[in-house]
Design a protein around this ligand. Structure first.
Ligand code: SAM
Length: 201
């Protein structure tokens, strides 16, 4: 999808992201994953800042998103949680950081949106310190045949209306990038994955 159109789609959803009340499962997954964040943290595609309540004290956050409206809400949310945060308005597929810049890299529900998810995975492998870790909560294709057929059928419509793919196999993309999945949990018929990833074995 054309990037300008995709940014417009996410701008339109920004108020919804800011005001929605997430279910207990999503909140507990965020909490379970993010308590492992330490040091210099990069969060990809931060949205309206849904992860902010779950960061441990003392981290230093760099948060990115290509939607100005999402980033505006994230900035306001960070102030509410007194987070030490810097915000970068950029397409993560175009952005670069020096190798080994971050102790922790976080992404929740963002790899569904990228045009080249493997390319982004390879970048975060490089940006993460060798002893750092990458925390992912991502959704994708179910291992249940019936559900996966539904996902494939609905994918073109969902991509057009909310800017996100529903048929990706995120654990596979992590493995293809050369990173190592240290721990994983799958939920909702394997549609949602929590992944604790090391850049190297
Ligand atoms: C489904 S939302 C998830 C937001 C947040 N991470 C969360 O857990 O609620 C996807 C986010 O990715 C952002 N995004 C999508 N593609 C992007 C890209 N190429 N570069 C930067 N941000 C992107 C969107 O603007 C949106 O805020």
């Amino acid at each position: 999808m054309d990037k300008t159109r995709q940014v417009r789609l996410f701008n339109k959803q920004a108020v919804q992201y800011k005001t929605r009340k997430e279910g207990a499962a999503l909140r507990s997954w965020r909490q379970k994953l993010l308590r492992h964040a330490t040091g210099e943290v990069l969060e990809l595609a931060v949205g309206a800042g849904a992860n902010f309540p779950y960061y441990p004290d003392g981290i230093k956050l760099t948060a990115t998103d290509f939607s100005p409206d999402m980033l505006k809400h994230a900035r306001e949310a960070a102030a509410g949680y007194s987070l030490d945060a810097t915000f970068i308005l950029a397409d993560i597929e175009e952005l670069d950081f020096p190798d080994h810049s971050f102790d922790t890299i976080v992404s929740s529900l963002s790899f569904c949106s990228y045009e080249h998810p493997l390319h982004v995975m390879q970048k975060i492998k490089r940006w993460c310190k060798p002893d750092g870790h990458i925390l992912l909560m991502e959704h994708g294709i179910s291992s249940n045949r019936v559900v996966s057929i539904g996902q494939r059928v609905l994918n073109p419509l969902l991509l057009r209306t909310i800017g996100c793919h529903h048929t990706r196999n995120i654990p596979d993309i992590v493995r293809q990038s050369g990173m190592f999945i240290e721990r994983s949990e799958s939920h909702m018929l394997n549609m949602v994955h929590l992944l604790w990833v090391k850049p190297e074995k």
